[in-house]
Design a protein around this ligand. Structure first.
Ligand SMILES: *Cc1c(COP(=O)(O)O)cnc(C)c1O
Length: 417
């Protein structure tokens, strides 16, 4: 049989030194791009230089009419929501299972987040969304969780049928596609984070995509006041008089961050191709290991594999708790096997249970509780997330991770009791 579990003093399955995963990849080209940006401009007020270069590259990559860079994904989401003219009291249907920043900007606009449950892949379930539409609903927002595309086409159809806006949070899914169509192009607009570990990284940053001129002008007014608004909003436009102040918030990206992202975007497809191969290896070899269920994306979907989220099945291992299984994996050296914490069903977070405590405008407007979203809570409770590497040389490390899962599942009895 296999050697004893490392948790009990056996030899660990994973021998590679840590860290096992770092992102984004920074090479000599990235370093010289940042240095030369440092020497040319560190503050850009309009759409020029590296700002224009990166926005144009994003427009081209996604096939979008407009792109607006922002300081963060959270800022991009805020500007996009504000550009959709969301008003206090509007209900916006959002995933119960997403990173909270998909939803928190809505709270600052006075909107009521109406959470909806997920499907077995962890993505917003169109059937549950349909049940939650009311007279007060103004829109639907989807996140493509961990880079696996949600059914954006079905959600868009549903939104159109009820004359609602449809928006995407693509922060996990840069370059992913569904039936040949890029994530971020299904609705009136999309917001993306370019925070450190995201598939397209600027270190810190974000962007908005939209084909709609009005949404574009409004997004500028909500995050890029003065020069850029004066340059780009037509002088005869009814919003032009507001160009100097916008509505007073400034969400511009740092030019150095933009220069990092520009180099990353150049290689995004190469990174995604590498991830696709390692994900295929992991799926093939983890499939069938007792206690572990692998994700099975639709054949027409191309995930970005921001993470590969396995579902732990305690019933296959005599009820062994997920925490205990995970401890054994960590002991085997799977330093990157993660049980996500802050990315969890929003009804488990105090801000969504008692929003009035921090945001007085929301006193008594909504209150979620544990138990409200059984599908999302089950998905979260069983989630074990692996990084998906992109280089051939990481295949061996992926193999060691698979070996660790095999070993822990084979010896699960020693972990019981
Ligand atoms: C990271 C993330 C955000 C927030 O982006 P920041 O750049 O960190 O502000 C929003 N939504 C999702 C789904 C994210 O993963």
């Amino acid at each position: 049989m296999t050697s004893p579990l490392a948790l009990f003093g056996g030899t660990a399955a994973v021998t590679a030194p840590t860290p096992h995963f770092t992102w984004p990849p920074i090479d000599g080209r990235a370093v010289s791009a940042v240095v030369s940006q440092l020497q040319s401009a560190v503050s850009i007020y309009d759409r020029s230089g590296v700002i224009a270069e990166l926005e144009d590259a994003l427009r081209c990559y996604f096939g979008a009419r407009h792109a607006v860079l922002t300081a963060s994904g959270t800022a991009a989401l805020y500007d996009l929501y504000a550009a959709c003219r969301i008003r206090p009291g509007d209900e916006v249907i959002v995933p119960a299972y997403t990173f909270f920043a998909t939803v928190t900007p809505l709270l600052h606009l006075g909107a009521i987040p109406v959470l909806a449950d997920c499907d077995e892949r962890g993505n917003l379930d169109p059937a549950d969304v349909a049940r939650r539409i009311t007279q007060r609903t103004s829109g639907i927002v989807v996140t493509h969780m961990w880079g696996v595309p949600a059914d954006a086409a079905a959600l868009r159809t549903l939104a159109d049928a009820h004359e609602l806006f449809f928006l995407e949070d693509g922060s996990h899914a840069h370059g992913a596609s569904s039936r040949g169509r890029k994530i971020g192009t299904f609705g009136r607009g999309a917001a993306f984070s370019m925070n450190g570990p995201k598939p397209l990284s600027a270190g810190e940053g974000g962007f908005i995509l939209t084909d709609d001129d009005e949404t574009y002008y409004d997004a500028l007014l909500h995050g890029q006041y003065n020069k850029r608004c004066r340059n780009e909003i037509p002088a005869e436009h009814r919003m032009y008089p507001f160009a100097v102040t916008g509505m007073g918030l400034k969400h511009r990206i740092h030019p150095l961050a933009a220069s990092i992202a520009l180099g990353q975007l150049d290689r995004l497809d190469e990174y995604l191709e590498g991830r696709t191969q390692i994900a295929a290896y992991l799926l093939e070899h983890l499939d069938g290991i007792p206690g572990i269920r692998v994700p099975k994306p639709d054949k027409a979907m191309h995930p970005s594999w921001y993470g590969l989220v396995l579902q732990y099945q305690p019933d296959e291992l005599d009820g062994l708790p997920a925490g205990r299984y995970h401890d054994a994996l960590l002991a085997e050296g799977c330093a990157e096997a993660d049980r996500p914490g802050s990315t969890c069903p929003l009804n488990l977070l105090p801000l969504f249970q008692d929003p009035g405590e921090l945001l007085p405008a929301h006193k008594g407007t909504f209150a979620y509780q544990p138990g409200d979203f059984p599908q999302a809570e089950a998905f979260h409770a069983g989630a074990i997330k692996l990084p998906v590497w992109h280089r051939e040389e990481h295949m061996r490390l992926a193999g060691q991770y698979v070996e660790a899962f095999r070993k822990v599942s084979a010896s699960y009895r020693s972990l019981l009791g």
